[in-house]
Design a protein around this ligand. Structure first.
Ligand code: HEM
Length: 434
């Protein structure tokens, strides 16, 4: 294997490598893909890095050869310090044990129990938004998804300081890609302070839960035990909860904002999605059962997810050298799988918004489980996938049934990828009752 060449690509300038273009140029990976193909090297965030694009590479990294890669050393140092010893940064047996303990809170009966809270909050927020002349969707949506996460994950009571908590999360998120300078007035210093305040809040919630057990995710985590009698310690629950709150609301905000933008720009799709909802609404109010009868909305959400993945890619550390496509990659490098470009690699006219590509007749995604990777894939696929899909479907179904919206003219809708994908303007529109 050592006689094989390294993958094609450039390592850039001494020390900084190609980091500035990686952080500033949204077409960083696409440009290199055109030059070198679906597997190339670069040097970013202080390390030589190999980039995987496309279903075959993603399957290799996420599943068939996942033992060559670790999550822990893969994420930049800022992530490690800000998100602590949580699932995102764990591997092997520790990760398996913790994921097994957390899983029940995101599936089956527990998930069904979240339906009415999600629906009530969606109704409330949409009503409020319709009172405003003009709405900037991204920050407004962030309040909504944060309140859902905060009530369902942590059990925050009504009247909890949602605005304050959400602001701390914004500070935390802004620190993820900031220079790691710890002064309080700089983004990274603010992020560290926000993390400490959030952990203190979660600790207080844990103490309340211990006195009064509840059915939110935090309540379930405190009660859960696996067959071997393992439990998560209080310290573990604190950081896992911080991670879930973090992972669970910016991402959903991003996708729902893109969904409103796509529906606002594609009247024929909007009409078909609305007809589906009107037919269901004629049989009664939204129920869990109705959520399973919306094939067209499923297609629209999938197509939005394909074109506008909230997270552009995922990092790993190479812990065992490997060979792929006739190239070798040494241990110690970073590996990055690109979601944005993979979601375009296996589709006809990939830049076109075309929900019908997911219709049963076409099913363009079918040849590989790794042709749509917005939620990752393999054994470590997003833990909150079903939670996020249910929340997005409830929100979209209610919106289509009750409201129309018009995008404001003259706004900058170019997409900013960091920290999560969003239109530069935040998406300005006005919402009115139908
Ligand atoms: C639209 C919404 C969401 C998107 C697009 C999304 C995306 C992702 C992606 C791409 C990964 C894998 C990262 C990698 O392979 O490096 C991931 C993992 C994860 N997500 Fe999500 N996510 C969403 C919502 C949520 C929600 C609602 C939660 C929790 C409430 C959540 C919790 C997690 C956790 C804990 C992991 C790590 C899983 C593990 O390491 O085993 N996510 N997510």
């Amino acid at each position: 294997m050592t006689s094989l060449p390294l993958p094609p690509g450039q390592l850039g300038l001494p020390l900084i490598g190609e980091t500035p273009s990686f952080l500033l140029d949204p077409r960083f990976a696409a440009k290199r893909q055109r030059r070198y193909g679906n597997f190339f090297k670069t040097h970013i965030l202080g390390s030589p890095t190999v980039v995987f694009i496309g279903p075959e590479g993603c399957e290799f990294l996420l599943s068939s050869h996942m033992q060559h890669f670790a999550w822990k050393g893969g994420w930049p140092q800022n992530f490690q310090e800000l998100l602590g010893e949580s699932l995102f940064l764990q591997d092997g047996e520790t990760h398996r044990r913790n994921r097994r303990l957390m899983m029940p809170a995101f599936h089956g009966k527990a998930l069904e129990g979240y339906f009415s809270t999600m629906m009530n909050l969606a109704e409330q927020y949409q009503q409020d938004w319709a009172q405003q002349d003009e709405l900037t969707v991204f920050p407004a949506m962030k309040q909504f998804t944060f309140e859902v996460a905060s009530v369902l994950l942590v059990g925050s009571p009504p009247g909890a300081p949602i605005d304050q908590l959400s602001q701390w999360f914004t500070d935390l998120t802004n620190g993820l890609f900031a220079p790691p300078l710890r002064w309080r007035w700089l983004p990274y210093g603010r992020a560290l302070r926000a993390r400490d305040r959030l952990l203190t809040y979660i600790e207080e919630m844990i103490q309340t839960r211990q006195a009064n057990p509840t059915q939110d995710v935090l309540g379930l985590l405190l009660q859960t035990e696996d067959e071997a009698g393992n439990r998560l310690s209080q310290e573990e629950i604190k950081v896992q909860t911080l991670l879930m709150l973090f992972a669970g609301h910016e991402t959903t905000t991003s996708l729902l904002t893109s969904l409103m933008m796509m529906l606002g720009q594609h009247p024929a799709v909007l009409q078909q999605a609305r007809e589906e909802q009107d037919a269901l609404a004629a049989t009664g109010t939204l129920t869990l059962d109705q959520l399973k009868q919306m094939p067209y909305l499923d297609q629209v959400l999938k197509e939005t997810e394909r074109l506008y993945p909230p997270v552009g890619g995922g990092f790993r550390q190479v812990i065992k050298p490997f060979e792929f496509k006739g190239y070798r990659v040494p241990a110690g490098w970073l590996a990055l799988y690109r979601i944005n470009e993979t979601n375009r690699a296996a589709y006809a006219a990939p830049d076109r918004f075309d929900p019908d590509r997911f219709s049963p007749g076409r099913a363009e995604h079918r040849p590989s489980d790794y042709s749509l990777v917005s939620f990752g894939g393999g054994p470590r696929v997003c833990l909150g996938l079903a939670f996020a899909k249910m929340e997005m479907k409830i929100f979209a179904a209610l919106l289509l049934r009750r409201y129309t919206w018009r995008l404001a003219a003259n706004q900058d809708l170019s997409m900013k990828p960091i920290p999560t994908l969003r239109p530069a303007s935040g998406l300005k529109l006005s919402l009115a009752r139908r």
